[in-house]
Design a protein around this ligand. Structure first.
Ligand code: AP5
Length: 207
């Protein structure tokens, strides 16, 4: 099954994609993770993307479409995948139509005030990529999975978060009606607990 997760920054796309991918045995394709890795390694794509990502702006469509075309051609995508963070603009969604057939689009719906709290409290592991929220760490500063010191993502600084939300509403939210018209959109309330949302997504995928 080929699945898209759409939703604002901090909606829980990454948190849920990891669990749903485990349950379904399919890969999670996070364009944010791909770009952060490219920036860290200083590749050509990373150099192009760095300033956009750090300012909370979208990286140009042609860069992302190229990344996704290459990634979806890999053999682990043959039995399905979750696209986490792509498409993010209508031109990206239109380009995807020529690359893949999407079965379901899961929209995680969360109001802006909740998102600001989630992102300002997010801590990530630079080693294995695990994501936490300070409210669940009880003062712990190391990753429970690999022991690395947790960090704050550069684009989780308050002024960048507000910019990312603006960018989401202006450029990504139109995808909701794009996929509604195609009949593939399933809206999920993203404000409840992680395990309740997981169940709601699994039910939506089976419906
Ligand atoms: P990306 O990494 O995709 O960031 P994003 O979409 O802004 O999403 P986030 O990773 O911030 O949030 P999430 O929804 O995954 O939430 P999470 O599960 O971590 O992209 C980064 C940048 O790359 C973009 O700004 C752009 O520059 C560029 N980019 C990427 N794709 C692009 C594209 N297609 N085109 C152009 N540019 C692109 O959860 C957040 C926090 O909330 C965590 O602390 C978590 O523990 C907590 N949490 C999660 N669920 C719950 C819950 N149910 N209750 C309480 N807390 C929760």
């Amino acid at each position: 099954m080929n699945i898209i997760f759409v939703g604002p920054p901090g909606a829980g796309k990454g948190t849920q994609a990891v669990e749903i991918c485990k349950a379904k045995g399919i890969p999670q394709i996070s364009t944010g993770d791909i770009l952060r890795k490219a920036i860290k390694e200083g590749t050509e794509t990373g150099l192009k993307a760095k300033a956009f990502v750090e300012a909370g702006q979208l990286v140009p469509d042609d860069v992302l479409i190229g990344i996704i075309k290459d990634r979806l051609a890999q053999s682990d995508c043959a039995d399905g995948y979750i696209l986490d963070g792509f498409p993010r603009t209508v031109p990206q969604a239109e380009a995807l139509e020529g690359i893949a057939k999407i079965d379901v689009v899961i929209e995680l719906d969360v109001p802006d005030d909740v998102l600001v709290d989630r992102l300002s409290g997010r801590r990530v592991c630079p080693g294995c990529g695990a994501t936490y929220h300070v409210s669940m760490l009880g003062g712990e500063t190391k990753c429970a999975a690999c022991g690395a010191e947790l960090i704050v993502r550069k684009d989780d600084m308050p002024e960048t978060v507000l910019n990312r939300l603006k960018v989401y509403h202006a450029q990504t939210a139109p995808l909701v009606s794009f996929y509604e018209k195609k009949g593939t959109l399933r809206k999920i309330d993203g404000t409840s607990g992680v395990s309740e949302i997981f169940k709601a997504i699994m039910n939506a995928l089976e419906a």
